[in-house]
Design a protein around this ligand. Structure first.
Ligand SMILES: [Zn+2]
Length: 345
């Protein structure tokens, strides 16, 4: 029964939701059910046309769409800093309807060159979460290295896997997609050392004709971001962008304390907020984040995306910003987003 319900919801959901929004039914039902709260948006790269060839499509929003989204938020929503939202929640209050927080993960260089001037133009605040060792090395994120290796490969055959080894013909679209998915899953769960070795193996096997440019900021650029664009608040996203549920608590503590210290040493300000890589966390890890001194943390999971006074500050949900304007109104409207989640339960 639950399976059937999920299937129906997945197939009919977006259409019903749009109809509900257009007719005002969603807002009416949200009012009856007293759904209120904030929405936290998660961005990664904001890419110009020339850059999109280097970046995994799931990780970027085109510049022109980002400009439209920000203009929409300015006219239709109330954008607040993450610090302000967390203070409201700490006081046991539910944020006002239409409250939106803007966040960026992974430290893309275009956050400085493209996103920051747009946000500055409107005087908006945002938070950025840094994988500290990637900033140290000025290293392009692993997923974009994988994406580029696949796109500019000179070899068509890839044999990949640790326990279950599979051979893929990358000239076949479905096999290409399966291989890309499998490689990304291995990298995502890997330790930093494993990931480095596998990236090298992938390069050796695919022999890409070109390498991506540096897409990640360096510390000099982070300094520029925090001094020239004071709208940006800097948070931690670990050292190595590792799935923290796959490492020991001792290593997790090191990731938290050392990333905090590095940001504080270089920027001069203690980071107050944390973003779990890939949204993956556990009760013990959230406890550790709190003990390290962070005021809040973002995690994934199938939770209600609306943030209210009852949310755990160390398990705040976010909504991935869409790469078009299609559902942006609905996604940033707590009435529509919240009522749909409640109806779907
Ligand atoms: Zn990330």
């Amino acid at each position: 029964m639950n399976h059937l319900k999920r299937q129906l919801r997945r197939r009919l959901g977006p259409t019903l939701q749009l109809m509900g929004q257009a007719t005002g039914m969603m807002q009416l039902m949200a009012n009856v059910r007293q759904i209120k709260g904030a929405v936290i948006l998660m961005y990664h790269s904001i890419a110009d046309n020339s850059q999109t060839q280097w970046i995994d499509p799931s990780n970027h929003v085109p510049t022109k769409v980002f400009k439209k989204q920000i203009a929409f938020l300015v006219s239709q929503r109330k954008v607040v800093a993450l610090d302000d939202l967390v203070t409201t929640l700490q006081q046991g209050k539910t944020p006002k309807d239409g409250t939106v927080v803007i966040t960026f993960d992974d430290g893309y260089l275009d956050n400085l060159t493209i996103a920051a001037p747009i946000l500055d133009n409107y005087g908006l605040s945002a938070s950025i979460f840094l994988p500290v060792n990637y900033i140290d090395r000025g290293e392009t994120q692993w997923i974009d290295q994988v994406y580029c290796a696949f796109k500019s490969r000179t070899k068509s055959k890839l044999i990949w896997g640790q326990n279950a080894v599979t051979s893929f013909n990358l000239d076949e679209a479905s096999q290409y997609n399966n291989a890309y998915h499998k490689v990304c899953l291995s990298m995502l769960s890997a330790t930093a050392i494993q990931r480095r070795a596998w990236l090298k193996t992938l390069q050796d096997k695919l022999q890409p004709s070109i390498q991506p440019p540096r897409l990640t900021m360096t510390w000099d650029e982070i300094r520029t971001l925090s001094t020239k664009h004071q709208c940006f608040q800097i948070g931690s996203h670990t050292l190595e962008h590792t799935d923290m549920t796959n490492i020991s608590l001792k290593k997790a503590r090191h990731e938290l304390t050392y990333s905090t210290q590095r940001i504080k040493d270089i920027i001069g300000t203690q980071p107050h907020h944390f973003s779990f890589p890939y949204g993956r966390s556990s009760k013990d890890l959230r406890q550790l984040v709190a003990e390290t001194g962070f005021k809040s943390a973002f995690c994934g999971g199938n939770t209600d995306p609306i943030v209210t006074s009852i949310n755990d500050l160390y398990a705040l949900p976010r909504i991935k910003a869409p790469s078009s304007m299609g559902h942006f109104d609905m996604l940033t409207n707590c009435a529509n987003t919240g009522i749909w989640r409640k109806l779907g339960q």
